[in-house]
Design a binder for this molecule. Structure first.
Ligand code: THU
Length: 141
């Protein structure tokens, strides 16, 4: 599997594109597909995109998911997330509840990994199930 460092580095790069003039909180994400493409890891990146009306704001994680799904990919292995005020990242950023629910739709809660990172060397790894205990997903319907 693509190593955590690569995913974190991709998330850091995506964070540079974050559009967050209202919160001043800049987030980047890198989502690893379950399958390679042309022998290479398939990674979808995303950043948060805010809006003057506030509610249309999209989180970095959902941007990455929706990019992947709109490209025809439906199976994912892991997502790295980095976030913080302008400048270097100083703390771990966990996904919001809405993003966790989107993960529940497309990921196996027992195996999908959420990597909350401060740097390539400083990160925490959670299984989706830990972040969404007793969650509701397609299998519950
Ligand atoms: N945000 C994300 O993009 N991902 C997270 O995991 C936490 C929150 C964004 C939404 C909003 O633009 C800003 O961070 C502050 O909540």
């Amino acid at each position: 599997m693509t190593d955590y460092r690569t995913l974190i580095s991709e998330a850091m790069k995506a964070r540079e594109n974050a559009y967050a003039p209202y919160s001043g909180f800049y987030v980047g994400a890198a989502l690893l597909a379950a399958f390679e493409k042309d022998g290479k890891p398939l990674i979808f990146t995303g950043c948060n995109v805010e809006n003057a009306a506030f509610t249309p704001t999209n989180c970095a994680e959902r941007t990455a998911f929706f990019k992947g799904i709109s490209e025809g990919v439906r199976a994912f292995r892991a997502i790295a997330i980095v976030g913080g005020k302008q400048g270097a990242v100083t703390d771990y950023t966990a996904p919001c509840g809405v993003c966790r629910q989107v993960m529940m739709e497309f990921c196996n809660p027992d195996t999908f990994e959420v990597i909350a990172a401060v740097s390539e060397d400083d990160y925490k790894v959670f299984k989706l199930k830990e972040l969404m205990p007793e969650g509701f997903g397609p299998d519950n319907l």
